[in-house]
Design a protein around this ligand. Structure first.
Ligand code: MN
Length: 254
């Protein structure tokens, strides 16, 4: 089984090394193609206004000076000799839960894989304390990763669907188990906007992500993580709201 690894935290991110350890339990045919720099929050963006560079760091280890979507595109079109059987994206430093999945570069890399018809899974390690940066503990992801992935390897995925996995912010032996749950929603409050003045005296604004609340319940990914479980959520790329189709069509009927 050939596995492509990617992420949105960049080729040197600690979570990518954790993902390598997880993938090594599943196969020895591992390829890596990841953004050269952190691309968190890039969503499903594609670089169109400048060229991208492909760098080879080792026989099967590459970086792309672009977004996670660029990295997957390059891997599929220019790097791998044949398409992979599986794409794993992560392990992201921080949660990709609820409506945050559309901001996520980690999830977007898996979206790109799903669009290409390849089984694709995004993995993220939730952490609870602010300001931890590279100190984020990946223990839960490392211990539970292969265990969560194995059933997903021989389960049929519907077309244009992917699976989003989040690991709770707990030591591995305190994780309660695995729950398959729906995508939840945060209460709408888009984090914090930090205001400051740069060294030249100009005002700047910087978006923060912490302190976004959610209403518990609804058997969602947010609830599973709050209860100490690994969340496993199938996502679909058809964003059409079926129930509104006929109603909206009626508004244009003459
Ligand atoms: Mn990230």
């Amino acid at each position: 089984m050939r596995i492509l690894l990617t992420n949105d935290d960049g080729i040197n991110a600690p979570g990518l090394y954790v993902l390598e350890k997880i993938a090594a339990q599943l196969s020895d045919d591992i390829w890596i193609c990841a953004p050269s720099e952190e691309q968190s929050g890039a969503g499903h963006s594609l670089t169109l206004t400048r060229p991208v560079r492909l760098r080879r760091h080792a026989e099967r280890r590459f970086s792309v000076t672009g977004t996670p979507t660029d990295a997957v595109t390059m891997a599929l079109r220019k790097v791998l000799p044949e398409p992979p059987d599986l794409i794993l994206s992560g392990v992201n430093r921080g949660a990709n839960l609820g409506d945050d999945v559309t901001y996520s570069g980690t999830v977007a890399a898996a979206i790109e894989g799903a669009l290409a018809g390849i089984r694709s899974i995004a993995l993220s390690q939730v952490y609870s304390k602010e300001g931890m940066a590279d100190e984020v503990p990946f223990g839960a992801a490392e211990a539970w990763g292969a265990r969560v992935l194995r059933p997903l390897l021989d389960t049929p995925f519907a077309e244009r669907t992917l699976v989003n996995v989040n690991f709770p912010p707990l030591a591995a032996d305190r994780v309660q188990g695995i729950r398959v749950v729906r995508q939840g929603f945060h209460d709408y409050a888009r984090g914090s906007v930090v205001e400051g003045t740069d060294p030249r005296g100009y005002r700047y604004y910087w978006f923060g992500l912490h302190g976004i609340e959610h209403t518990p319940g609804n058997a969602s990914d947010l609830e599973a993580i709050a209860d100490g479980f690994v969340s496993v959520t199938p996502l679909q790329l058809d964003l059409t709201h079926e129930a509104s189709l006929a109603q909206l069509a009626g508004r244009y009927a003459s």
